[in-house]
Design a protein around this ligand. Structure first.
Ligand code: GAL
Length: 805
């Protein structure tokens, strides 16, 4: 298959003349992935990308291809795409989140130029999912995933599904197309289903001249084992089985991938080949668990949309892969839910490669359309999702309900049946906010928004599901319950992180949740009915550019491996009501935190495993900023130091004016007992609570693991800022289309902490073989922003210059 992403023309206004090659109106050259409209960062008008646009491309088809069958494949065109070849309308596809193929052998001009045109409707057409009501995300528009051209033999392998009933065994169910034209039989019906009951018998018919061979190739291309079969001539279908003791399983820890290569022969002549990625793993369920290869795995994930600033859905492969990298390496998750639609195969390929477990689902948001047409499309969406995504070992369950829709047994019986028939290897689920709703799926997925900050992190299983025998998942939590911006106060960002930690802790502690996907990976633009007034949902643990908020560390700190240390406060009393910093948390995977004030040891803090029964690394509470200092600095004896520390600590926490009576009494007693004057008290308060006057207070938090300092954070008032930029990659390569790099930018203080109130304008300029994507100027929100650059087709060096005053 060959990509044809370059050399397209685009018009914002489709006309019939456009598909016959006429040049009227405004037409510009574009490359795929493409967005119909570049958008601002905030206050996006969702009508601005809703249009009926046109794409067209000239394709030269050499004479040498005559006799071959020709196909076009679109991986993602949002939302209703009608394809024309040489002016002839061929097909209409009505789902912006799955791919489609169309054959154009008959319409093709061999040995000449062919005009491919696409009429693309990106309006929110209520006739198809996800449309018809409100949606809490933008649906954008464009041919935003790759387009392919393919020539195949007249008889070819249309599809194959490689199932792995055990970690050492494969069943390959395949479908040939075109035998009819050659042999006068009836193979390759329009039905894409390669798993009808009849096919499972895999019978071979005598006298058929075709032979299909399957070879299992490892990453070096060496064949581990093979098998061959004479396909059934009537249906063109068949089933092969392979097994080998040498096969290594695919698991989240060690995601070994193989290629299943199918070759079709006729009288020993090779006619066609098809390759599928395979990961050998099984999925099974117990009452409370999901098992991969028989081993329970708690799914620790986030929900992910597929959008980026400025360009919506339209980014090339590397940035799709980059999100998977961030999920695994930065957020340290083992799972992701592709809310609320199937996402790019590039993203899924990277999940396959990294061992990230994926919960994917059909497009939709709360609404089920009334019309038959809408429901039929919904069922078709299940079919397309399963057939197109079942070769990804990372996908471990199918979401076959419209996200958060009401019960509709009639519809959902059909979606469940469809998924199970097309894929007997994976469980179904479907996301609801309803408790005890009709459970037709194998797993109950529940958006648990019950946590308010003061109550338990999650509801109990018995209060949520109607069937205790099936596993329960938290498919969303937090989100709109506590929107938090990167430029919110430290207190709010800390509480955001704690809420994420509390829900996860509750889900992990009770042994009755199979996983927890919190809402969500990054902030996202949305429709007017949602968000913070600027049509942005600040629900992410990272911002739109994937810059981390404090909550990112609540997740990342759960994993061992590279040190994680995030301190939830800048330690500036002036940012807290009444100057009271109160409780500070360290989100870390260390064993304890050692706190130093101006290099003098204050105290050590460890995790409270009673409060946090589920997390492997609970947030560590730091609530004593005086610690040893009264002894070491003021030379107070133990009992005096302890009493005064208590009183000063309480003064710091509640403020002098609101000191609880018990502490007032303690303080009175201490002053009498140790002959402290008012001015002594005032001095001690200033030095140990207010921390004002004198030298700037420098707090150092050392993260200690196995007795060693593995990370250290220093917080102090800072006036020295610098820019920090991190590119997803700097060696950009034009391959199947342009390449694009994400550049995340932060303004850091002299101790390399994000200067979260440095909301400075940052400007971008490029030179050489690069093009800037989006705005030339962006405000550092919460001290963080980003930009994107893409290749122009030229070879050479390109420079992005980032400046801030
Ligand atoms: C859920 C919904 C998500 C998102 C989230 C915000 O109800 O499924 O798409 O809107 O709320 O918290």
């Amino acid at each position: 298959m060959q990509t044809i992403n370059n050399g397209w023309e685009f018009t914002e206004q489709w006309t019939d003349a456009f598909c016959s090659g006429e040049n009227s109106g405004s037409i510009r050259a574009v490359r795929i992935p493409h967005t119909v409209k570049e958008l601002p960062l905030h206050y996006i008008d969702s009508s601005s990308y809703q249009m009926i646009s046109g794409y067209r491309k000239k394709l030269m088809i050499p004479e040498t291809l005559s006799g071959r069958r020709l196909f076009l494949q679109f991986d993602g065109a949002a939302h209703i795409a009608t394809v024309y070849v040489n002016g002839k309308e061929l097909t209409t596809h009505r789902n912006g989140y799955t791919g489609f193929r169309v054959e154009f052998t008959k319409e093709a001009r061999f040995g000449g130029e062919n005009l491919i045109a696409v009429r693309l409707d990106s309006t929110e057409n209520p006739a198809i999912p996800p449309f018809g009501f409100m949606i809490d995300y933008l649906t954008y528009g464009g041919i935003y995933r790759s387009v392919y051209f393919e020539d195949r033999n007249s008889v070819y392998i249309k599809d194959a599904y490689v199932m792995t009933p055990s970690p050492k065994e494969a069943r390959i169910v395949f479908q040939l197309d075109g035998i009819k034209s050659v042999k006068g039989t009836d193979s390759g019906s329009q039905n894409e289903n390669v798993l009808s009951d009849k096919d499972m018998q895999g019978k071979a018919s005598d006298g058929c001249s075709f032979l299909i061979k399957a070879e299992l190739l490892d990453k070096n291309g060496s064949c581990l084992t093979d098998a061959s079969l004479i396909p059934d001539e009537q249906s063109g279908k068949g089933e092969l089985r392979l097994s080998s003791d040498q096969i290594l399983p695919w698991s989240p820890e060690d995601p070994v991938l193989y290629t299943m290569k199918l070759s079709l022969y006729q009288n020993e002549e090779l006619l066609d080949t098809l390759e599928k990625t395979v990961g050998f793993r099984t999925i099974s369920l117990t009452e409370n668990e999901i098992l991969i290869n028989g081993k329970p795995v708690f799914l620790h994930g986030l929900n992910r949309h597929q959008c980026w600033p400025y360009v919506g859905y339209a980014v090339p492969e590397k940035l799709q892969r980059e999100d998977a990298r961030i999920l695994q390496e930065e957020l340290r998750l083992n799972a992701v839910r592709t809310s609320h639609y199937p996402q790019s195969h590039d993203f899924l390929d990277e999940c396959d490669r990294r061992g990230i477990l994926v919960f994917t689902e059909i497009p939709g948001w709360q609404h089920i359309g009334d019309s038959e047409e809408w429901k039929e499309q919904c069922i078709k969406n299940v079919e397309e999702m399963v057939i197109q995504y079942r070769h990804h070992p990372s996908v471990i369950m199918w979401g076959v309900r419209i996200n958060e829709s009401q019960d509709d047994d009639e519809l959902y019986k059909m979606t469940n049946a469809k998924a199970h028939r097309l894929d007997p290897m994976r469980p179904t689920s479907g996301v609801r906010y309803l408790e005890k709703s009709s459970l037709l799926e194998d797993i109950y997925s529940y958006n648990d928004f019950s946590h308010t900050g003061k109550n338990p992190g999650a509801k109990q299983k018995k209060d949520v599901t109607p069937d205790m025998k099936k596993p329960l998942l938290i498919s969303e939590s937090n989100g709109h319950m506590f929107p938090t911006k990167s430029f919110d106060t430290w207190e709010r960002r800390q509480e955001h992180a704690l809420r994420h930690a509390r829900v996860l802790d509750a889900a992990m502690a009770d042994g009755e949740h199979a996983g927890c996907f919190e809402w969500c990976m990054f902030d996202y633009p949305t429709h007017k009915d949602f968000g913070s007034g600027d049509r942005t949902c600040y629900h992410g643990v990272t911002d739109m550019f994937r810059n981390p908020k404090t909550a990112a560390a609540a997740h990342a700190s759960q994993s061992d491996g590279a040190p994680v240390l995030e301190i939830s406060s800048s330690m500036d009393i002036g940012d807290y009501p009444g100057g009271q910093i109160g409780d500070v948390y360290a989100f870390t995977n260390a064993d304890e935190i050692h706190l130093y004030k101006n290099d003098r040891f204050v105290s050590a803090f460890g995790p409270d495993k009673k409060t946090w029964a589920g997390l492997s690394h609970p947030p560590i509470l730091i609530d004593d900023f005086i610690g040893n200092l009264l002894k070491t600095e003021e030379h107070m004896p133990d009992s005096e130091a302890a009493l005064i520390r208590d009183c000063l600590g309480a003064a710091g926490k509640y403020g002098m004016a609101n000191l609880p009576v018990s502490y007032q009494a303690k303080l009175g007693f201490a002053m009498l007992r140790y002959r402290l004057s008012f001015s002594d008290g005032y001095r001690l308060y200033g030095k140990y609570v207010g921390n004002w006057g004198g030298e700037a207070t420098r707090w150092r938090f050392d993260a200690i693991k196995n007795g060693k300092t593995i990370a250290s954070v220093t917080k102090m008032p800072s006036a020295k800022l610098h820019l920090h930029a991190e590119a997803s990659h700097t060696a950009l390569a034009e391959g199947e289309t342009y390449d694009m790099a994400a550049v995340r930018i932060r303004i850091l203080d002299e101790n390399n902490n994000t200067a979260s109130y440095a909301q400075l304008p940052v400007s971008f300029s490029v030179s050489g073989a690069l093009e800037l994507v989006g705005s030339k100027l962006a405000a550092a929100e919460g001290g963080m922003t980003g930009t994107y650059v893409r290749t122009t087709g030229e070879t050479g060096e390109g420079t992005l210059t980032i400046s801030a005053e």
